[in-house]
Design a protein around this ligand. Structure first.
Ligand SMILES: NC(=O)c1ccc[n+]([C@@H]2O[C@H](COP(=O)([O-])OP(=O)(O)OC[C@H]3O[C@@H](n4cnc5c(N)ncnc54)[C@H](OP(=O)(O)O)[C@@H]3O)[C@@H](O)[C@H]2O)c1
Length: 267
C-alpha cells in the first residue's frame, strides 16, 4: 500500500512526543508524509520534528497542546490551518492517575474525560468532516483492551476507552462509504516510556513480553484499511474479552481482578 497516496500529504498525531506516537511519526515520515506532532512537552516534540526533517526531508512541525484542556481541539484546528490532512492518529490517552476511582479527586477524572472523550470526539468531527469532503483519509484511535468492560483500579479509564471504541466503530460504518478508513487499534501492554514511568511509580516490575512501539505502529498502519477494530496479538477471528451475558461480564471482571491483584493495592 502506498501510504502517502492513500493518507497523505499531511498527518496529525495527537500524543507524538514518545512511544507509539513517535513510532507512528517515524514510520510516516519514512513514507514521505508531512507531519504535525502534538503533545505537551516542547523539547521532545521539537527534537523529533528536527530529526524527521533532517532524515526524510519532510515538512514537519510541532504544537505544544494539553489535550486534556477545554480549548485543545480549537488549538489543534488552529495549528492545522489550511493543511490538507489525510490521516489523524489519536495516540495520547493513558491513565496516569494510578488510583481507585473514589480515592482520587473528581477533577482528575474530568481531565481524563476531556483527554479521551471530549477532545477525541471534537478532533474526529473536525478531521472526519474534512476527510469525507475530500473523499479520502484515515483515522486511527489508539485504544486499550480496557475498553471491553469495567475493571477495578482503572474504572474511569475503562469507561473512556469504551467510548472511543464505540465512536470509532460508528465512524467506521459512517465514513467507509466516503473513502475514509477508521481503525480502533486496541493495545495490550506496550513498552512506552509513560507505561514504564507508571509501573515504576507503583513499584511494579517491568513485565516481560510487552509490545514494542515500532511493532504497534507497523500493525496499525497495515490494518487501517481493515477496521473497525484490530486487537494487538489477536487475529480478527479470535474470540476476545467482550462477553455480553451479565454472568460472563461479572466473571470476567473478577478473573481479571484476581490476575492483576497489584492494582487493587493502589491508593
Ligand atoms: N503503554 C501501554 O501499555 C498501553 C496499553 C494499552 C493502551 N495504551 C494506549 O496507548 C496510548 C499511548 O499510551 P502511552 O503509554 O504512550 O502513554 P500516554 O500518556 O498516552 O502518552 C503518549 C503520548 O501522548 C502525550 N500525551 C499524554 N497526555 C497528553 C495530554 N494531556 N496532552 C497532550 N499530549 C499528551 C505524551 O506526551 P507529553 O507527555 O509530552 O504530553 C506522549 O507523547 C494511549 O492511548 C493508551 O491508552 C497503552
Amino acid at each position: 500500500m502506498n501510504l502517502a497516496h492513500r493518507y497523505g500529504p499531511w498527518a496529525v498525531i495527537a500524543g507524538a512526543s514518545e512511544g507509539t506516537g513517535a513510532a507512528f511519526a517515524r514510520r510516516l515520515a519514512a513514507e514521505r508524509i508531512n507531519l504535525l506532532l502534538i503533545a505537551r512537552r516542547t523539547g521532545p516534540l521539537e527534537a523529533l520534528a528536527a530529526e524527521l526533517r533532517a532524515q526524510h526531508g519532510v515538512d514537519c512541525f510541532s504544537a505544544s497542546i494539553d489535550l486534556g484542556a477545554e480549548d485543545a481541539a480549537a488549538r489543534v484546528a488552529a495549528a492545522v490551518g489550511a493543511r490538507d490532512v489525510g490521516l489523524f492518529i489519536n495516540n495520547a490517552g493513558a491513565d496516569t492517575n494510578g488510583s481507585l476511582f473514589i480515592d482520587n479527586d473528581l477533577a482528575n477524572w474530568e481531565q481524563l474525560v476531556r483527554l479521551d472523550v471530549v477532545n477525541v470526539m471534537r478532533n474526529c468531527h473536525f478531521f472526519g468532516r474534512r476527510m469525507r469532503d475530500r473523499g479520502r483519509g484515515g483515522i486511527i484511535l489508539v485504544g486499550s483492551g480496557a475498553c471491553y468492560g469495567g475493571l477495578n483500579g482503572i474504572a474511569a479509564y475503562t469507561a473512556v476507552k469504551a467510548f472511543d471504541l464505540c465512536l470509532g466503530e460508528g465512524l467506521w460504518a459512517e465514513l467507509r462509504h466516503h473513502g475514509v478508513d477508521v481503525l480502533n487499534l486496541i493495545l495490550g501492554r506496550t513498552d512506552t516510556p509513560a507505561h514504564r514511568r507508571l509501573l515504576e511509580r507503583n513499584g511494579q516490575p517491568i513485565p516481560a513480553g510487552m509490545a514494542s512501539p515500532d511493532a504497534v505502529a507497523d500493525l496499525g498502519l497495515a490494518r487501517l484499511p481493515h477496521g473497525p477494530v484490530c486487537n494487538w496479538g489477536l487475529d480478527d477471528d479470535v474470540v476476545g474479552y467482550a462477553p455480553n451475558s451479565a454472568a460472563q461480564r461479572r466473571a470476567r471482571i473478577v478473573a481479571i481482578e484476581a490476575a492483576s491483584a497489584s492494582y487493587a493495592a493502589k491508593k
